[in-house]
Design a protein around this ligand. Structure first.
Ligand code: MG
Length: 248
């Protein structure tokens, strides 16, 4: 069941989302060759708490940290550790925050120093695919119009969209109905309606879309070892343009 949100609820989600965006800004300043993902995690956790918010991921189904940090061929759900990032790496940072019980969820992929052309293009295409998708995040369209637009654009650029993990509704839970795939035929699924709040999150691979989960039961990696990028915002459907919540 899709739970529509009131203006008051969307306002709270905007506050949670702003903290997510500020956390990404903090990460962008900290990322440099030699920093560990654990250090990034600690900095974000402290920041979120300093805003009287709660890190949404910590303890979620047993996840041990406040951010997901996924390097190169890691797609999503990388666990922060002593591992340091190196010049030429790309790293996706997924962050969630909760204010008064309302969630914000967003992800971005960063370059560490200079990265090669393919990785740079992968990050750009992933980001752009989100904005291609939300051209259809308006009343009157149907959910899979977003999904289709993401896939269509990504594949036109020669990359692939992950099938096994999808976007989602969000509200008083991090994951609510509906699921929002980054692929599929248009004109399917529920009709979009004011008050729906969604987290659309293309996970885009340079090679095959097939992924597998490492033995730690969390980290998702590409099957071919090629890099992957992630981009996500939470937003509300309005009677006009979508209202982005995980921005500054
Ligand atoms: Mg999400």
């Amino acid at each position: 069941m899709i739970i529509l949100k009131t203006d008051r609820e969307i306002k709270l989600m905007r506050e949670a989302g702003r903290i997510v965006a500020q956390s990404h800004e903090l990460v962008s300043k900290l990322i440099k060759p030699g920093i560990s993902t654990k250090e990034l995690d600690r900095a974000v956790e402290e920041f979120i708490k300093s805003k009287n918010a709660i890190p949404a991921f910590k303890g979620y189904q047993g996840f041990p940290a406040s951010i997901c940090a996924s390097i190169n061929d890691e797609v999503v759900h990388g666990i922060p550790s002593q591992r340091t990032v190196q010049e030429g790496d790309i790293i996706s940072i997924d962050i969630g925050a909760v204010i008064d019980g309302y969630y914000g969820d967003g992800a971005k992929t960063f370059c560490v120093g200079k990265v090669d052309k393919e990785k740079k293009k992968l990050i750009e295409v992933t980001k752009k695919s989100f904005y291609e998708g939300i051209k259809f995040a308006k009343e009157g369209y149907r959910l899979s119009d977003i999904s289709h637009a993401v896939q269509d654009y990504v594949e036109s650029e020669g990359f692939s969209v992950v099938r096994d993990f999808v976007g989602h509704g969000i509200g008083t839970n991090m994951h609510e109905d509906p699921q929002v795939p980054n692929f599929g035929k248009p004109n399917k699924g529920p009709r979009l309606q004011k008050g729906m709040v969604l987290a659309v999150e293309p996970m885009v691979n340079a090679g095959t879309y097939h992924v597998r989960i490492l033995q730690n039961d969390w980290t998702v990696v590409t099957c071919d070892g090629k890099p992957s990028s992630h981009y996500e915002h939470s937003f509300a459907i309005t009677d006009g343009e979508p209202y982005l919540l995980t921005v500054l």
